[in-house]
Write a protein that binds this ligand. Sequence first.
Ligand SMILES: Cc1cc2nc3c(=O)[nH]c(=O)nc-3n(C[C@H](O)[C@H](O)[C@H](O)COP(=O)(O)OP(=O)(O)OC[C@H]3O[C@@H](n4cnc5c(N)ncnc54)[C@H](O)[C@@H]3O)c2cc1C
Ligand SMILES: NC(=O)C1=CN([C@@H]2O[C@H](COP(=O)(O)OP(=O)(O)OC[C@H]3O[C@@H](n4cnc5c(N)ncnc54)[C@H](OP(=O)(O)O)[C@@H]3O)[C@@H](O)[C@H]2O)C=CC1
Length: 472
Amino acid sequence: MSNKKATYLVVGGGIAGVTCVETLSILHPEEKLVIITASSLVKNVSNVSFYAKTIVKFDVQDTEASSLLKIHPNLEIIYDSLKYLDTKNKLATTEEGVIIKYDVICICTGGIPKLISDSNKCQRILGIRDTESVKEFQDKLKNGRKMLIVGNGGIASEIVHATRGIQKVWVVKDDYISATFVDPGAAEFFQESFRSKSKVQKESTVLRRHIFTEEDTVVSINKNLKSAALGPDWYRKLENIRNEGGDLELEIVYKVEVESVVETENKDYALDVKLTNGRIIECDFVISATGVEPAVNFTWDQVPNRGADGGLAVNEFQETSVKDVFAAGDVASASWQHAAHWFQLRLWTQARQMAGMAAKAMHARMTNEDVLQDFCFELFTHCTSLFGYRVVLLGKYNGQGLGRDYEILLRTTPNLEYIKFVLQNGRLQGVILIGETDLEEMCENLILDQIDLTPFGDDILNPDIDIDDYFD
Ligand SMILES: Cc1cc2nc3c(=O)[nH]c(=O)nc-3n(C[C@H](O)[C@H](O)[C@H](O)COP(=O)(O)OP(=O)(O)OC[C@H]3O[C@@H](n4cnc5c(N)ncnc54)[C@H](O)[C@@H]3O)c2cc1C
Ligand SMILES: NC(=O)C1=CN([C@@H]2O[C@H](COP(=O)(O)OP(=O)(O)OC[C@H]3O[C@@H](n4cnc5c(N)ncnc54)[C@H](OP(=O)(O)O)[C@@H]3O)[C@@H](O)[C@H]2O)C=CC1
């Protein structure tokens, strides 16, 4: 057992933990900082590019934790896991018995996959989170003939897009695909592109305005780690597996869930998966891409308040209900009063933004300064790629929380672009941009400034009019 002392203690080597260390190394390099990381590889952000003020795209790689020593002269890395936190005496104890006395601490322990209920009984139900789980998936892909994918968010969409040479049954709760990120129209746009496969073929542009009615579906946004979560482009590791067979059939089963998974003996396939509509699907294995739950995997003298999703409830400065205990990334639950166009989704970008905010607030606590919440929490932004297309989501892109009183303006060109504006009282509330639309900056401004767009009518999305000219 050894005792150590640090002004700042950060727990976790994912994007949140590393960002917190990096920000503190700029703000307070002269103070002692300790990071506890369970893995020698930590996450590193590079090639940061700004599409607009708040719309950021970046690459994420694994890097040796020791590389952090170069940026912070007073950093100590402890390769271990946090076991117990005594917040009254400000003592953190690791699995190996190291005790660290800290002044302020930031918990960045991430999340774990939230799997379907039979997963504890069956080895053939996999979740994807880290490099180890992808290796297991790769092995199953090499030998499998048929997989069932359950879930309708980021991971399921990427797996369906990236895997070849294996039969896929995609089971979704909704009546369209990729519901976490897009609306039924965008889902149809993606499916059209699966069908035609030819993305270069330019077809006629369709522009339409849609008044939201009772019949329409409101798309609701939901809700012992060894290494950090994967991120953009992880699925490229799947692309070369079993591609000799070419594309096999993809079947999408809508509006159902998995009721049970039973391992079979002496049958062609190892699993019988029973769906809530009574159908039984035989397959080799199941991918449960059904979301993430916060990883609060250590004990405390006093447990801070939790959010509805089980995460550590944090205020706008990322502080939990226990003084001097901060939290950021997937483990945190954003419990402040959100700005009109922001909400929480567990994403790289938000892990990075929360951790930067936590570091600033921790520094302010140590130096008795005031701090303001960062501007990035004014607007939800997400840049990603789905089914081979660039996707940018801004604000209330699916009308989240807008009730039934909003309009949708759409412009779509099959295989090229899909643009959706969500308007309320003539003002832009959210946007889905699929393809190379070059509209990110204009949309960001229109949402943040809440300009009344009524005078422009449908011209706001007319491809023959350069709308930027209106605002010059
Ligand atoms: C397959 C996949 C693809 C994704 N793709 C994207 C994407 O394209 N775009 C996007 O924006 N987001 C994506 N995400 C989400 C993104 O990866 C997460 O939101 C982000 O990584 C969360 O970062 P974090 O630092 O909070 O958590 P994590 O990355 O989970 O890091 C937590 C770290 O804490 C460590 N830890 C846990 N418990 C302890 C403990 N007790 N003591 C010490 N250390 C501990 C873990 O080992 C880990 O290193 C993806 C996630 C997955 C799983
Ligand atoms: N490109 C990107 O930005 C990517 C981001 N990620 C991130 O990684 C994390 C994990 O990804 P993922 O697992 O796809 O999580 P997501 O939260 O993206 O999606 C989970 C999906 O599973 C559904 N679901 C939840 N429980 C069940 C159930 N019991 N049966 C059937 N469906 C269910 C959810 O529906 P409902 O919402 O109705 O509960 C939702 O459609 C997320 O934070 C995600 O944002 C992952 C991959 C790519």
